[in-house]
Design a protein around this ligand. Structure first.
Ligand code: SF4
Length: 623
């Protein structure tokens, strides 16, 4: 709970809303014990007193009643009715929506057609009709407001539940033998809660307004009982002559609605595990760079990364995902970047174009020299003109990379026209279709009009390759582009990438955890472990004789088809946590060659024959 409040407090707007709401709630709850005048006692001699006149802090109304007292009592009533109506509507609406979305078919049809019937009436008219049928009064107004808002919750929650019900974790729950009711309560409901809270936070405000509206029309609270709506209604005839009688309840309604909405947004963020740090975690379009005006080291290579260090700041912990990383790629070269999951490969690659989610990611130091400019320090607009244009990306999962609601043709055109608005539509279409052909899509005309989900995984990845090539980039960063594909399609994709590289003199930074894949495509390879480069050199030489024990273990992990003697190998132990890197060599706890020296200080980089490695006792003595 304390943690939750801390997260909400970090969002300044939410904190402001929460404090505003807390003050209003406290004052209205304390109304019975505060030294206030009696709210319903009339005194026509004191009518329409302005604020601070005759001992009335906010003045009096048309019957001489104290406005401060009526305001606090009325706020108490309006808040109680608003929250109660929101709670009733959220409870029944969410239950109906969750049942309809989860069970589907007839149950869904019956519930949603009933909801549609309610939604077919303008909701304020429906509320008026319900109050007219039940009779005027605050309780009946509450029922009417709650009823007309049930469809809002039911529709929203049903939509979210339908998506959740098809997720793999629900299938896993079914497989584990859980009953439908238990799945709904244990698996679905926690995922719906943030949605319900944010919907409630918006609707509480409406409901207070709607109840005030009914009271304003004389259908809610009845005289002499005050609520904010009835106070406004009674003050309307004196709006011009004594505006303070309208302003007092009007400003209170405004403050309540603003406070609830701001606080509700913060609570939603705090409840969503994907936004654990509240709204502060929404990433910027460009990673925060703390390297100042670091000038890149002059280089003749296409891309030169120097001393790159990228960290993630999560609560009090600092995760060093990329630690003093330096490498170069020359024109037409394919450089492999290999390591286990969490070794810092993707973060390093994303840092090149400042695509690391920030916050929590920060590039602490280093430079990325591209055409003698430090990409990390470029203004956003200039960086944007390079991303997807001169340096493009192919991600691991094409299904999540492609937009699910746009056709392949539209997405290719968009990628092209984002950087080349001079091309006519017909030229753009022709260029895009040619590219689809060049990535071996046999029927570009048919593929042009389909949506990503209508294609196989291999075809989708070909589209992503075409999209990455569409602006004639100089460098492609391919982040495990074949991991999600079967071996046959993987081989086809690697062949396509290889032939395109040769045809177009493309440079590729190819990320993988598989030495088999790296050896098929790359000229040189960088091996990363715990955020640092531990070995670098030509792929052939490294495969023949790895110098670093970690590289040697990685190579042993490549399965050998038909070799019964070669059991599937795995590296014992686990990599260290990136927020608690040990002193000395990070691989020491898994290394069979470890000596006392390995556990102290930092391990220097040794270079020999166009290769470098970071180890005191390389495999085989020397590389
Ligand atoms: S420095 Fe020592 S512990 Fe680290 S890989 Fe080399 S031999 Fe192993």
């Amino acid at each position: 709970m304390i943690n939750f409040l801390k997260i909400v407090a970090k969002n300044r707007l939410a904190a402001f809303g929460g404090i505003l709401l807390l003050i209003i709630l406290t004052l209205s709850i304390l109304a019975p014990i505060l030294p206030l005048k009696e709210p319903n006692i009339t005194n026509t001699a004191d009518r329409f007193m302005v604020p601070f006149e005759g001992g009335h802090i906010l003045g009096t109304d048309h019957l001489g009643r104290d406005l401060l007292s009526r305001l606090l009592w009325g706020t108490q009533l309006s808040l109680a009715v608003g929250f109660a109506a929101a709670f009733i509507a959220a409870t029944f609406g969410s239950i109906l929506g969750a049942i309809a979305g989860f069970y589907g078919q007839k149950t869904d049809n019956i519930i949603m057609r009933f909801i549609d019937m309610l939604m077919a009436f303008p909701y304020i008219l429906l509320a008026l009709a319900i109050v007219a049928a039940l009779g005027p009064g605050l309780f009946n107004a509450l029922i009417a407001v709650a009823l007309v808002n049930i469809p809002f919750f039911a529709r929203n929650i049903r939509g979210v539940t339908v998506t959740l019900a098809n997720k793999e974790f629900i299938e896993a729950a079914r497989l584990s033998g859980m009953s439908n009711l238990r799945i709904l309560i244990v698996e679905i409901f926690p995922n719906l809660l943030p949605m319900i809270v944010i919907a409630m936070s918006t609707t509480v405000g409406w409901m207070i307004l709607e109840t005030a509206g009914l009271s304003f029309l004389g259908l809610g609270s009845q005289p002499p009982q005050a609520d904010l709506g009835s106070m406004l209604g009674e003050a309307r005839s004196a709006l011009i002559t004594n505006p303070h009688t309208s302003f007092v309840p009007g400003i209170m309604i405004f403050c309540i609605v603003i406070g609830i909405n701001l606080f509700g947004d913060g609570v939603r963020d705090a409840l969503d595990p994907r936004l654990k740090k509240g709204s502060l975690i929404r990433p910027l379009p460009q990673t925060i760079y703390e390297g100042g005006d670091t000038q890149p080291t002059p280089s003749t290579k296409l891309l030169s990364v120097q001393n790159l260090s990228t960290q993630f700041h999560v609560n009090q912990d600092v995760y060093q995902s990329s630690n003093d990383v330096s490498f170069e790629i020359q024109e037409g070269e394919c450089l492999g970047l290999i390591g286990e999951s969490g070794s810092g490969k993707s973060v390093t690659a994303l840092s090149v174009t400042s695509l690391v989610a920030s916050p929590p990611g920060v590039i602490k130091k280093g430079s990325v020299n591209y055409k003698n400019e430090n990409l990390l320090a470029l203004p956003y607009e200039k960086l944007r003109s390079i991303r997807g244009n001169k340096i493009s990306y192919i991600f691991q999962d094409p299904l999540t990379t492609l937009h699910p609601l746009h056709t392949i043709g539209d997405q290719l055109l968009e990628a092209l026209q984002a950087h080349d608005s001079k091309l006519s539509i017909s030229e753009s279409i022709s260029k895009s279709k040619d590219l689809l052909k060049s990535v071996q899509i046999p029927n570009p005309d048919n593929v042009w009009d389909v949506y990503p989900h209508q294609l196989s995984g291999g075809m989708r990845q070909r589209v992503c390759i075409a999209m990455a090539l569409i602006n004639n980039p100089e460098l492609i960063i391919a982040d495990e582009p074949t991991t999600a594909l079967d071996v046959t399609v993987q081989a086809q994709i690697l062949n396509i990438l290889n032939s395109l590289r040769k045809e177009r003199k493309l440079s590729i930074l190819f990320i993988s955890h598989d030495f088999g894949v790296i050896s098929q495509l790359c000229d040189r390879v960088i091996v990363m472990y715990a955020g640092s480069i531990v070995e670098e050199g030509p792929v052939k030489n490294i495969i023949q004789q790895a110098a670093h024990p970690y590289t040697s273990e990685l190579i042993k992990c490549v399965p050998q088809l038909g070799n019964k003697e070669h059991a599937l190998h795995s590296i014992p132990g686990n990599p260290p946590s990136l927020n608690q890197l040990p002193e000395g060599c990070a691989f020491a706890n898994r290394c069979q060659y470890k000596q006392d020296q390995c556990l102290k200080g930092s391990v220097p980089v040794s270079s020999k024959d166009n290769r470098s490695y970071k180890c005191f006792y390389p495999v085989g003595g020397t590389a």
